[in-house]
Design a protein around this ligand. Structure first.
Ligand SMILES: Nc1ncnc2c1ncn2[C@@H]1O[C@H](COP(=O)(O)OP(=O)(O)OP(=O)(O)O)[C@@H](O)[C@H]1O
Ligand SMILES: [Mg+2]
Length: 578
């Protein structure tokens, strides 16, 4: 885990190394200052040696200035290193997510990914800054102060040894009791995030179902839990300050008690005792800092694990060496294809599918909800890999192609299609970045989108909101079809893409396909029989198997599922308009 994260330091290695170096120098200066003070008091003031006072005073000021300077440097480098590190982590995370296949996306929730990219990275950044500064500062300070204290008066320094176990035991107890609360608090943050995320993205549904009170309750519950755990943790942490003060004043008391005696007996000088007081502070402070570091680092470990989980997630869908960079034609073959979404799934989602579709054919796919229609077509642009058998496009296994080439030739309008924020034109150019305005209009005409786009106040420059919420469902579907057409694909797949379009427009879109894209293989998943009855062939899916494959007329004669759908839609009700 640490190895993967340290790879994110990259160009900030210099800053990462310089910061601890300057911190150490800063601490050494800080530790020297009390020592010089004691010298000034004992050798200068007591003896009235002005020259000595000025000389050492000068050194002392210089030390103070140097300490300030080193501190500023280390702060500068630490800030650089930690922000740079966070930037690289965020960068790597984003790229990792971009490389995810559909199977990887299934594993992580959107809110989980967003939390990882934001809160978790910020936690890591803070932890990193702490590592390069405080993690160095506290131990160096501890060691040097102890060393100096023993140098000044080793017997008096024993007082620390008595106080240290009390402090360490106290801090350990605090951490032990506070830490589980912190951990629970972080889990609650995840829940809160997912509540907020779900709610905001699905605000319209929440309102439509008047679920606001329920959703508010859910939020209140999640936020209440965070409050409870953070209160419990903070309540325990509050013991930190009194414990620290107990130890500090205890030490001072001990030092004064024993120190006074040694001063009276002439073993030690006043200045030295004063120095010991300062070292007491420094030693106990660094002990406390170490304990805090421990808490903070353990807390950020959860964040680190979550980030690394994404960074190490490997997409199984990658190019093989020397992939094919051209798709010869738009024929499709399913050769004994098995598929399931997870490795341990007992039931196969697709079971022994064998199909051959010739280039230029229009193939309708029909079947009940959950019969794996979407699953079947998702294998063609290799959104998922088969579990068994093979899918061939243009005579070659899809795994032999370069992914970009394959997906460039297979345009798929997903069932859950989305538009992105930006103008209509920008959205359409996802299909072809260099498309001319004419080509855009032409594609929209074929998708029957030109008419309504022109009626928008700004025509093709109308801005689409995030997710395409400011156009109607049917308009969105038609824009998505136009976007797919702009790719000029060899295979065009429409997954229930005209469900929100009236039957007349649906028929016009299909007619345009027939006229304008004669060589493109067209796969049309539909619920309406009218959408598939003029196709060259129909695939009838039933629970992950092909129940029938042939011309619509053959299916009407032989396939009982097709017959059922046909009669319920055509004979039973009003015949659909063509
Ligand atoms: N991402 C996924 N992870 C796990 N299981 C899935 C996933 N997507 C679909 N499934 C399951 O696979 C089966 C087939 O789903 P699929 O989406 O292919 O059906 P469909 O025929 O397209 O249905 P619909 O007509 O409702 O779109 C269903 O049982 C579904 O629960
Ligand atoms: Mg589907």
């Amino acid at each position: 885990m640490l190895k993967r994260l340290s790879q994110c330091i990259r160009e900030y290695r210099k800053d990462t190394l310089l910061s601890p170096l300057f911190v150490s120098l800063e601490v050494i200066m800080e530790v020297l200052i009390p020592y010089l003070m004691s010298k000034i008091i004992d050798n200068g003031i007591d003896r009235g040696d002005m020259d000595y006072i000025l000389r050492l005073g000068g050194v002392l000021v210089a030390c103070a200035l140097l300490s300030l300077l080193f501190g500023a440097f280390s702060g500068h480098f630490a800030a650089n290193a930690s922000s740079g590190f966070a930037r690289n982590v965020r960068h790597d995370l984003y790229y990792a997510v971009q490389d995810f296949g559909f199977e990887n996306i299934d594993r992580f929730s959107t809110s989980g990914l967003v939390t990882r990219l934001t809160t978790d990275v910020t936690n890591l950044q803070n932890a990193f800054q702490m590592i390069v500064r405080i993690c160095v500062r506290a131990p160096v300070m501890l060691v040097f102060s102890l060393f100096m204290a023993f140098r000044v008066n080793s017997r008096l320094a024993m007082v620390f040894l008595a106080a240290a176990p009390v402090l360490v035991a106290g801090l350990a107890a605090i951490i032990h009791f506070a830490f589980p609360n912190f951990q629970k608090m972080f889990d609650c943050y995840d829940r809160l995030n997912s509540v907020v995320q779900e709610n905001v993205t699905a605000m319209r549904v929440v309102k439509a179902y008047v679920r606001e009170p329920r959703e508010t309750d859910k939020f209140r519950h999640a936020s209440g839990e965070i409050f409870r755990y953070s209160k419990a943790a903070e309540r325990i942490l509050a013991f930190n300050a009194p414990l620290m003060q107990l130890c500090m004043y205890g030490c001072m008391l001990g030092l004064s008690w024993f120190g006074a005696k040694t001063i009276v007996s002439g073993e030690m000088l006043t200045g030295q005792l004063m120095t010991m007081f300062t070292y007491t502070m420094q030693i106990l402070m660094s002990l406390m800092m170490i304990s805090m570091i421990f808490v903070m680092l353990t807390m950020s470990r959860a964040s680190a694990e979550r980030v690394v989980e994404v960074l190490q997630e490997k997409s199984r869908i990658v190019n093989r060496p020397q992939p094919l960079s051209e798709v010869p034609d738009g024929s499709i073959t399913f050769d004994h294809v098995d598929f399931s979404y997870s490795d341990d799934a007992e039931q196969k989602c697709l079971d022994n599918i064998c199909l051959t579709i010739r280039q230029g054919e229009t193939v309708g796919i029909i079947g009940g909800t959950g019969s794996a229609k979407s699953t079947l077509v998702q294998l063609i642009p290799r959104l998922y890999d088969v579990s068994g058998g093979s899918v061939k496009v243009g005579g070659h296994d899809v795994r032999e192609y370069d992914l970009e080439t394959l997906r460039g030739e297979v345009a798929m309008v997903l069932q859950k299609n989305v538009l992105f924020s930006g103008s209509v034109k920008e959205n359409l150019r996802w299909g072809d970045a260099d498309a001319s305005d004419e080509a855009l209009v032409n594609a929209c005409r074929q998708a029957q989108a030109d008419g309504f786009v022109r009626e928008f106040p700004d025509g093709y420059d109308t801005m689409i909101d995030q997710g395409g919420t400011n156009v109607s469902g049917g308009q969105r579907q038609r824009l998505c079809i136009a976007r797919a057409l702009l790719k000029k694909p060899k295979i065009l797949i429409l997954d229930d893409s005209t469900s929100a379009v009236d039957t007349k427009t649906d028929a016009m879109i299909r007619r345009a396909f027939g006229e304008e894209l004669p060589d493109t293989t067209k796969l049309i998943i539909a619920q309406r029989i009218s959408s598939v009855e003029h196709a060259d062939k129909v695939i009838v899916m039933d629970n992950g198997r092909v129940s029938g494959f042939g011309t619509p007329a053959e299916m009407l004669e032989t396939n009982h599922i097709y017959q059922e759908v046909y009669h319920s839609q055509v004979k039973g009700g009003e015949p659909d308009a063509r």
